[in-house]
Design a protein around this ligand. Sequence first.
Ligand code: HEM
Length: 462
Amino acid sequence: MSASRAVAPQPSPKERRRPPGPKGRFLLGSLPDFARDVLGFFTECIREHGDFVRFRIPGYEIFILHRPEDIETVLLTQRANFIKHRFFWRHVTAIFGNGLLTSEGEFWLRQRRLAAPAFHPDRIAAYGDVMVRFADRFAAGRRDGEIRDLHPDMMRLTMEIVSKTLFDVEIEEEIDEIGRSFDLVIREIARRFRRPFKIADAIPTPGNLRYRRGVARLEKLVRRILRDRADRPGDRGDLLSMLLEARDDEGRPMSEKQLRDELITLFLAGHETTAITLSWTFFLLARHPQVQERLGREVLAAADARPFRAADLPRLPFAEAVIKEALRLYPPAYVIGREALQDCIVGDYAIPAGATIYLSPWVLHRDGRWFDEPERFRPERWLDGSTAHLPKYVYIPFGGGPRICVGERFAMMEAILVLATIRRRFGFEIAGPDPVPFPSITLRPDGGPIMKVVAEPKTTAS
Ligand code: HEM
């Protein structure tokens, strides 16, 4: 054999096969199916057509990638060719602007490096006490037998936590109003995703007006945070201090618009996803009384009379497994999207410049090839070794590659500490119809969960 092996000519992108996928309808392509039930549509696409699926909606050619190797290509190895995609983000630019979630390239990298110290493990450990204090206040205000719509409760709680930890402000008085505005914005965004065309934000349709009012309310909050800091200046070591002290190469501070974008991004990205995780978690626990009971035993054994602290996390492995399992079944980021800048090859297929790529944690996390009994809530799978050898990129609630969630550790710590603090005082029983997953920017529970607060929850399902 010769030392230099002949390299087989690679087929050009155009010569590669086109992946299979639903044919869709004349003009509208797959939009009606996509818009009616995006989770069902993704699941069906993978089941019917395999791990690399192509479909069209007006103006967009879309690929769903489901093989871990291909996901790694998009999120890591060829990441320079895959930016955050227009189809998704064009609907939300009025809120996020050019913040950390949406910016690109060198600018994004600079901002990410700026924010990173606020998410360093040592720094996050210091947030633990704030998380527990707010969770305990919520828990202390509950009484046995009370019926709660738990998701708004969790939204309020995580909003308070993110505002205090990252910006050092208390927002108790405005919280309901902010919550309502945010809800309006989210519902309008969900409507936009389902529409085959874009209506410019400037056109005063009722939906756009609601959206604008919601965004304006969030901007008012940002102004209040900045005013509050101007009244009490000084470095508090929080994220806001880092952003305010940052200077560019010419020594200029961040513009007001950029500060606004970063604050709104972190406020929104930093509370809704964790609230969703907690709401689904408590719902799943109430559905599975033995799991709720086991968690109760762990929590009572982990800390005596004192409040939990970040240092208690190693004593809460089952609580961590419960959160991971809730994130598996109900990943708040149910889809991660990118857009190809140039023609490229991913795995066996060609992807043209401009195409949209979707990776779906919702479908990946419920795939029986990776998870036994994938539809079952079984936190033990994270402790009994059965998930120890999962390929990378099949469990991706926080994404992957350099754009992985900057708040991953923050969120995990918050979710575990809040769960443990509340469970220590009481459990829940289901007191209403099951909530349904509502896909907007994230996967919120719609219609609850309506729960009964119980000091001694039942240990078997009724
Ligand atoms: C359970 C809770 C959370 C989940 C499931 C979650 C999920 C994600 C995912 C999947 C991404 C990547 C999106 C993509 O690649 O397109 C992301 C990015 C991001 N997350 Fe989270 N997140 C959570 C909590 C948080 C928290 C608590 C914060 C801040 C305090 C946060 C801030 C961000 C930011 C700023 C980004 C953009 C990062 C970048 O592009 O550099 N997230 N998150």
